[in-house]
Design a protein around this ligand. Structure first.
Ligand SMILES: *Cc1c(COP(=O)(O)O)cnc(C)c1O
Length: 379
């Protein structure tokens, strides 16, 4: 008999979503306009400690609009962390610009500030112009070395877009991620720390930038009684129903962070003393929401453990796990793009695994995962 399925990261409703949705139905606000959208934006802004937020249809849309507002166009170059999900860099291609990939450092698994500086200097030397923007990612919820990256960006006066899709609720020196860059983006896709069934947001200190984002996200309609357009627009607004779900989810966000962090502690206690299994600790000043608990297999005697065979073994126990993100510079679609590579991301991809990390996991489910893993590592 197969045991019940344990998912990597499944939606976890808090209970107040339905009343908010009912309110939307009663008022007949079933569209990308309505009071929940504005309220959700205000709640996100207050939670993160930033003045302006636009609720959008996805995190990918939020990055696309940030690039447009920063003036990125065909032929420009945009730097992006290579160790990420394709949603971080696909929008660069939407604008006709060229992604330039930069590898990670080993402490946070995020963009290496030294390599970033080298990449910028080299791009200026090779193309005669500097990259238009830098997209950094706080992967799996772990803050990147934001202060070092900011000082490089400042030196060359290049704006930063912070992809905090996986990092809502994480902090660097007490400040919420997504609020350091010129723009921050969040995602509320079904597998993220909170969900609106699908959705995203763009955050900025600049009010005019967020107004521009709302304008572009609703087909760029000029203020006229008829439909008039002076530029290309997009249909990127979040729906009022999705925002209603988001408002319910905001009420349990801090609980979700606690549960995800508890998953990490549980796995570390259960497996931390098993020689080859390594966990990523938080560097000083950094707090991760531990969106997903990730492990790497490292053994002193170089007897390498194959994460793919472990993933398949877990799958036979009806447990979903997943390799770490395959770096973008190794993706067929981006293979021609410039890349500044140290090998960190590729090595993580080859030796790592994401464990089931939902905030709705029970103790007995986590025990099942830890025991299944232990059996594999021991054998
Ligand atoms: C999920 C995710 C995105 C994209 O968000 P969507 O809402 O799915 O478009 C972008 N970057 C990273 C790192 C993500 O994990």
């Amino acid at each position: 008999m197969t045991q019940e399925r344990i998912w990597l990261s499944s939606p976890h409703m808090g209970g107040e979503e339905l009343p908010f949705i009912e309110e939307a139905f009663q008022a007949n606000w079933i569209s990308p306009v309505g009071p929940h959208i504005t309220a959700f934006e205000k709640e996100l802004a207050a939670y993160n400690g930033i003045d302006h937020v636009a609720a959008l249809s996805s995190g990918t849309a939020a990055i696309h609009l940030a690039l447009i507002i920063l003036g990125v166009r065909t032929g420009d170059e945009v730097i992006c962390q290579t160790f990420t999900f394709s949603g971080s860099c696909n929008p660069i291609a939407y604008t006709g610009a060229i992604p330039v990939f930069v590898d990670s450092e080993a402490d946070t698994w995020n963009m290496d500030p030294i390599l970033l500086e080298h990449a910028i200097t080299d791009r200026i030397k090779k193309t005669g112009k500097k990259p238009k923007a830098i997209i950094i990612v706080h992967l799996y919820g772990m803050p990147s070395k934001i202060a070092d990256i900011q000082s490089v960006a400042k030196k060359f006066e290049i704006p930063i877009i912070e992809d905090a899709a996986e990092a809502l609720g994480s902090t660097f020196e007490g400040q919420k991620l997504g609020t350091f860059g010129d723009f921050g983006i969040y995602s509320f896709n079904g597998n993220k720390i909170i969900t609106t069934s699908g959705g995203g947001a763009l955050a900025s200190k600049s009010e005019s930038s967020i107004q521009k984002a709302r304008f572009l996200a609703t087909q760029a309609r000029d203020p006229a009684p008829y439909y008039q357009h002076s530029q290309i627009g997009y249909n990127y607004r979040l729906s009022n129903i999705s925002a209603a779900i988001g408002r319910g989810q905001m009420r349990v966000l801090d609980d979700r962070v606690k549960s995800r962090r508890a998953n990490f502690e549980f796995y570390k206690d259960a497996l931390g003393s098993f020689g080859p299994v390594k966990f990523l600790e938080e560097p000083k000043g950094m707090k991760s929401n531990r969106w997903l608990t990730t492990i790497t297999f490292e053994s002193a005697d170089n007897q390498s453990i194959n994460p793919e065979s472990i993933r398949q073994a877990l799958e036979r126990d009806n447990i979903e796990s997943r390799p770490l993100w395959k770096p973008m510079h190794l993706q067929p679609v981006f293979s021609e793009c410039p890349a500044y590579i140290s090998g960190v991301a590729q090595s993580l991809f080859e030796k790592g695994l994401c464990l089931p990390s939902g905030s709705n996991l029970t103790d007995s489910q986590r025990t099942r995962v830890a025991e299944a893993l232990r059996r594999q590592v021991m054998s």
